[in-house]
Write a protein that binds this ligand. Sequence first.
Ligand SMILES: NC(=O)c1ccc[n+]([C@@H]2O[C@H](COP(=O)([O-])OP(=O)(O)OC[C@H]3O[C@@H](n4cnc5c(N)ncnc54)[C@H](O)[C@@H]3O)[C@@H](O)[C@H]2O)c1
Length: 319
Amino acid sequence: MLVTGGAGFIGFHACKLLLGRGHRVLCVDNFDAYYDPAIKRANAAELSQHPNFQLLEGDIRDRDLLRRAFQPNVDRMLHLAARAGVRPSIANPQLYFDVNVGGTLEILESMRQYGCTKLVFASSSSVYGNSPRIPFSEDDASAEPISPYAASKRAAELLCYSYHHLYRFDISCLRFFTVYGPRQRPEMAISLFTDRIRKGEPVEMFGDGATVRDYTFIDDITAGIEAALQRVSGFAIYNLGGSRTTSLRQTIAAIEDALGRRAIIRQLPMQSGDVDRTFADISKARRELGYQPNTPFPEGIRIFCEWLTRTKPLAAVTP
Ligand SMILES: NC(=O)c1ccc[n+]([C@@H]2O[C@H](COP(=O)([O-])OP(=O)(O)OC[C@H]3O[C@@H](n4cnc5c(N)ncnc54)[C@H](O)[C@@H]3O)[C@@H](O)[C@H]2O)c1
């Protein structure tokens, strides 16, 4: 199995699950500097302990590297590599399009060239923008993304459709809804909030705390990825969410409860590009993939806080 972005947050857990199921995993990752590459190197080092894991370090936009990646036995692939994050995409839209759209195009072209016909692609709930049709359903046109990141994911989905149409590739695009859990990207809100609350530092809350997110625990996401890889057929888009919403205030409260510590909150204006709410209709994924998220948010937050506290102990915790 070829996995791009396997050294990242979701990629690490997906590779671990696939290795545990007996797959051979070839991971392409360039350890990009969006957040500390040492975290990704540590993930890859841990995966490398498994005899069936192989790392090919490099960029998905490098055709020569992809030629080496598409070994004859690669019959399906999981494409996770991307520049993630909404706000930085506003500062650097070219880069986001280059990696997320141009990179996906290179993957699709390489699949065509080397005879791989099955792809599971990591898309995002952000493609729904501020759609008023709640919960978000895959039937939505998703034609009004409100950040370059969201637009890049929607554009990549459209390219996937074109390659399905032209070459009969089997492709499933999975729209992940804010994924959290151990090893979450350090710049994501839950990671940032948890780290600051435990250190007694103020957390920056954008807006009045009423924005809501549909959070998905990492183990539920990897179960959905595995099901999609097994069943990929034709062209399909699936929401993978928790199908429950939590406000920003409630998110902070859940972290406070898990840490046993109160947050110092600094309220700041809403950030442009951020959507007001996400909420997944998961009936299609349930029906066709057997997807069933089963980690309640407070439980997932407890697991995350326990992991953070264990792996990154504070030298001196202020009382
Ligand atoms: N985490 C979430 O909540 C979330 C939500 C929706 C969608 N997604 C999507 O899921 C995927 C994985 O997200 P994540 O949170 O694990 O992010 P991540 O940044 O931890 O992982 C992405 C990985 O891709 C690698 N990468 C980036 N550019 C590359 C390139 N040009 N060539 C090769 N490798 C490259 C990075 O080094 C990293 O290891 C991404 O496509 C992201 O857009 C994530």
